[in-house]
Design a protein around this ligand. Structure first.
Ligand code: SF4
Length: 238
């Protein structure tokens, strides 16, 4: 499988491939990476709609593929419950969390720092402890302004590949897959959310972009927590 090497190629795929072709392409990308990386291929599961699709695709490739979930003290109760159900069903999924003490309301005063401590650090820890050489994400290029320029295979960190196997999927196709293959999904989508994160930083919106409800009222609005933009092989603090 030839992974697209430019954002233009990706944007071409978004509208040129139909749903079935996108599913097949995603399965091929995961299969190729699994052959190359073996057990070093691990799925990052954020418990959102895109992640559950990627997880399901990975399990179709090989039931032995492992996963990790990064959770924080601020995740909604429904997401924590969904996480417990996921781990009970798939014990090959590990949970990572940073319980470090942080200033009250850091998510409002310095959301970048808060995300770095509570999200990016545990991802680094997962990659280190699970000996990951290829991590697999549910990133999609149609999600919002910050996600338009990614590639299916990224080489950001030395010794670590990142695979984004559903990068050219539309939001509709994610829901199509969930409905057709009866994939369990976080019940918060039923409340009207389109993108899920920590409780104080996630709101229901009806804007054009899926991620418009993230970090409303801060400079980070509609933006990123940092796991897709920051180095991940940096030393994990004790
Ligand atoms: S999403 Fe909000 S609460 Fe969660 S880690 Fe980032 S800033 Fe903190």
């Amino acid at each position: 499988m030839h992974a697209a090497t430019t954002p233009d190629e990706i944007h071409h795929l978004v509208n040129e491939l139909n749903f079935k072709e996108k599913v097949e392409r995603s399965l091929d990308l995961i299969s190729d990476a699994r052959r190359e990386h073996g057990d070093g291929l691990v799925v990052a599961n954020s418990l959102g709609k895109d992640s559950v699709v990627v997880w399901d695709l990975a399990k179709r490739v090989s039931p032995d593929i492992r996963g990790f979930i990064v959770t924080t003290r601020y995740k909604p109760a429904a997401t924590k419950q969904f996480m417990q159900e996921t781990v009970a069903r798939y014990p090959e999924t590990r949970i990572f969390k940073n319980d470090v003490e942080i200033p009250e309301g850091l998510y409002a005063t310095d959301p970048d720092r808060c995300c770095d401590l509570l999200k990016v650090q545990p991802v680094r820890q997962a990659i280190e402890e699970m000996d990951v050489s290829c991590w697999v994400t549910g990133l999609r290029c149609t999600e919002g302004r910050t996600r338009t320029d990614y590639l299916e295979v990224e080489r950001r960190d030395e010794g670590l590949l990142k695979l984004n196997p559903i990068l050219p999927w539309h939001e509709r196709e994610v829901w199509q897959y969930i409905a057709l293959f009866k994939v369990p999904v976080n019940p918060l989508y039923g409340e009207g959310y389109r993108s899920l994160g920590c409780e104080p930083c996630t709101h229901i919106t009806t804007g054009a972009n899926e991620r418009d409800g993230r970090w409303i009222g801060t400079s980070k609005c509609g933006g990123e927590c940092g796991i897709h933009t920051r180095p991940l092989k940096a030393a994990v603090p004790a």
